[in-house]
Design a protein around this ligand. Structure first.
Ligand SMILES: *[C@@H]1O[C@H](CO)[C@@H](O)[C@H](O)[C@H]1NC(C)=O
Ligand SMILES: *[C@@H]1O[C@H](CO)[C@@H](O)[C@H](O)[C@H]1NC(C)=O
Ligand SMILES: *[C@@H]1O[C@H](CO)[C@@H](O)[C@H](O)[C@H]1NC(C)=O
Ligand SMILES: *[C@@H]1O[C@H](CO)[C@@H](O)[C@H](O)[C@H]1NC(C)=O
Ligand SMILES: *[C@@H]1O[C@H](CO)[C@@H](O)[C@H](O)[C@H]1NC(C)=O
Length: 419
C-alpha cells in the first residue's frame, strides 16, 4: 500500500499530482481509520505533508522557482542533475583514474601546432608538463600521428582541422563553460622560444600583480617585435606601459589606452578564467585571424586596463615570427619597422602575422585577409557601440562621453524626423 500511494504518481505531469494525491490521501486516511497502527500514522503524515504541499504551496514554490536561474534549455530538468560546466580531463573506461590523470589540473595550455614546428612545440610543452597544466594541441595541418613518439603525446588533447587558425580553434573548443575550472589559459603560438621562461614563476608573478591578461615579454634582440609595449624591459619584473614615441603620439605615464598601455599581443596571451569568458565572447566566429581583438582586450580585464594587463619581463620568450600557416617558406626574420608599429590599428594575431615579404603562396592572401578582417572588426565594434544604448564605455574620455539619455534623445530625433 505504501508504494501504491504517491510515489508512482510523481512520474505524471505535475498538474495531475495534487488531485491524485488528494485521492490517495483519502484512501490512506481510510486505511488509517481501519488499521490505526502508529507506524502507518507516521508514514501517512509524511505523505500527506509532501502531497499536500504540492498543492498548497504551489504559489510560494513558483515564486521561489522563478528566481532560480537555470541554464537555458535545462529548465525541464531537476536542478541537481544539471551539469553546467565541463573540463578537459581524460577519464578511464573502467577502474580508478590512473596516477598521471588523477591529479587535478588547474591551468590550460593550448597551442596551434604544425608538424614543422614539432621541436619548438615540444620544448614549450615540456616547460608546462611539470606544472599542473592540461595540454591541448590544435593541429592546423592535419598531422596528428607524427606527434605520437613524444612521451607527453597521450596526455595531450589533440584537435585537428586543416588550415584553421588558433582563434578559430579557440572559439570552437575553448568555450568558457568547458574551460571554466582552469585558473589561467595560455593560448600560444608555436613559434616561441622558452629558454628563459619558467611557468611556475610566471604564474606566481601574475597572481601577485593581479594581471587578468598578460604575456611574457619578448626578447627584443632575438624576436620579431611588432610593438614597443611587449618588448622586454631588462630592469623590471613587470611593465604595463611604454614610454616610447609611437607614431605622432608620445606614450607617457598619463597614457590610458593602447598602443601605450592596456593590451598584449596575440602570439602568447595568458587569460584568467574570468577574462577568457569575456574574450571568448568577443572573438568573432567568422574573423579567424582575430586582428583588432588585442586592442579591445582591455574591456575584458575585470577592471582598469592600465592595471590589470601587463607584460612579464622577468620571464620572457623569443618570438621567431615564422610564417607558419598558409606558407611553405619558413623563418624570414623581419626587423621591427617603427613606422609600421606606429599605426594604432596594426596588430599581430598569431602565426599568420609574420612575414612582410611577398611570397607567392598563401602568405600574401593571409595578410590581405587579416587586414580586411581588421576593418570589419573595427566597424563591427563601432556599430555595436552605436546600437547598444545600455553600454557605457568605461574608457571613454569624459569630454566625449555621451549619456544614455542623450543617445536615446538623438535616436528619437532621428526617428521623428524621418518622415
Ligand atoms: C641585445 O644585444 C645587445 C648587444 O649585443 C646587448 O647589449 C643587449 O643587452 C641585448 N639585449 C637583451 C634584451 O638581451
Ligand atoms: C601627467 O599628468 C600630470 C597631472 O595632470 C601632469 O602634471 C604631468 O605633466 C603629465 N605628464 C606628462 C608627461 O604629460
Ligand atoms: C592548406 O593551406 C596550404 C597552404 O596555403 C595549401 O597548400 C593546402 O592546399 C591547404 N589545404 C587544404 C586541405 O585546403
Ligand atoms: C618613419 O617615418 C619618418 C617620418 O615619416 C621617417 O623620417 C623615417 O625615416 C621612417 N622610418 C622608417 C624606418 O621607415
Ligand atoms: C606578389 O607576387 C606576385 C607573383 O610573384 C605578384 O603577382 C603580386 O603582384 C605581388 N604582390 C605584391 C603586393 O607585391
Amino acid at each position: 500500500m505504501k508504494k501504491s500511494t504517491c510515489i508512482p504518481l510523481m512520474v505524471e505531469p505535475r498538474r495531475q499530482i495534487s488531485f491524485r494525491c488528494f485521492l490517495s490521501s483519502i484512501l490512506l486516511l481510510s486505511a488509517v481509520f481501519f488499521i490505526g497502527s502508529a507506524f502507518i500514522i507516521t508514514d501517512y503524515k509524511e505523505k500527506y505533508l509532501s502531497c499536500g504541499s504540492s498543492d498548497n504551496m504551489q504559489n510560494t514554490r513558483s515564486k521561489m522557482c522563478e528566481s532560480q536561474s537555470m541554464p537555458q534549455g535545462s529548465e525541464s530538468l531537476p536542478k541537481g542533475i544539471v551539469s553546467k560546466n565541463s573540463d578537459l580531463k581524460m577519464r578511464p573506461l573502467w577502474g580508478p583514474m590512473d596516477k598521471k590523470n588523477s591529479k587535478s589540473f588547474t591551468n590550460l595550455l593550448a597551442i596551434a601546432a604544425g608538424i614543422k614546428q614539432k621541436e619548438s612545440v615540444n620544448k614549450i610543452v615540456k616547460k608546462f608538463l611539470s606544472s599542473d597544466f592540461v595540454v591541448m594541441l590544435f593541429h592546423y595541418d592535419g598531422v596528428v600521428d607524427d606527434w605520437r613518439d613524444l612521451d607527453w603525446s597521450n596526455r595531450a588533447i589533440h584537435v585537428s582541422a586543416i588550415n584553421q587558425t588558433k582563434w578559430w580553434f579557440a572559439k570552437r573548443f575553448l568555450h568558457p563553460d568547458i574551460v571554466a575550472e582552469y585558473a589561467y589559459i595560455f593560448l600560444w603560438d608555436e613559434d616561441l622560444g622558452v629558454e628563459n621562461f619558467d611557468v611556475g614563476r610566471y604564474l606566481t608573478i601574475i597572481k601577485e600583480e593581479g594581471l587578468e591578461i598578460s604575456q611574457p615579454a619578448l626578447d627584443a634582440n632575438k624576436s620579431e617585435v611588432h610593438h614597443h609595449l611587449t618588448a622586454r624591459d631588462r630592469r623590471s619584473k613587470v611593465h604595463r606601459r611604454t614610454y616610447k614615441m609611437i607614431g605622432r603620439r608620445r606614450c607617457n605615464e598619463n597614457s590610458t589606452e593602447p598602443p601605450c598601455t592596456g593590451w598584449v599581443e596575440m602570439m602568447a596571451p595568458v587569460f584568467s578564467s574570468a577574462s577568457w569568458r569575456c574574450a571568448w565572447h568577443m572573438i568573432q566566429n567568422d574573423l579567424v585571424h582575430a586582428w583588432g581583438l588585442d586592442f579591445q582586450l582591455g574591456y575584458c580585464v575585470q577592471g582598469d586596463r592600465t592595471k590589470n594587463i601587463g607584460i612579464v619581463d622577468s620571464e620572457y620568450i623569443v618570438h621567431y615570427g615564422l610564417p607558419t600557416l598558409g606558407a611553405s617558406v619558413t623563418n624570414k626574420k623581419v626587423a621591427e619597422t617603427p613606422n609600421q608599429s606606429a599605426q594604432d590599428t596594426s596588430s599581430s594575431a598569431g602565426p599568420q602575422a609574420a612575414s612582410r615579404s611577398n611570397q607567392s603562396d598563401g602568405r600574401t592572401g593571409v595578410r590581405t585577409r587579416s587586414y580586411i578582417e581588421l576593418e570589419i572588426f573595427k566597424n563591427r565594434w563601432k556599430k555595436a557601440v552605436r546600437e547598444d544604448y545600455c553600454w557605457v564605455d568605461p574608457y571613454q574620455k569624459p569630454a566625449a562621453k555621451k549619456t544614455v539619455e542623450k543617445l536615446i534623445a538623438e535616436d528619437i530625433h532621428r526617428i521623428t524626423h524621418r518622415h
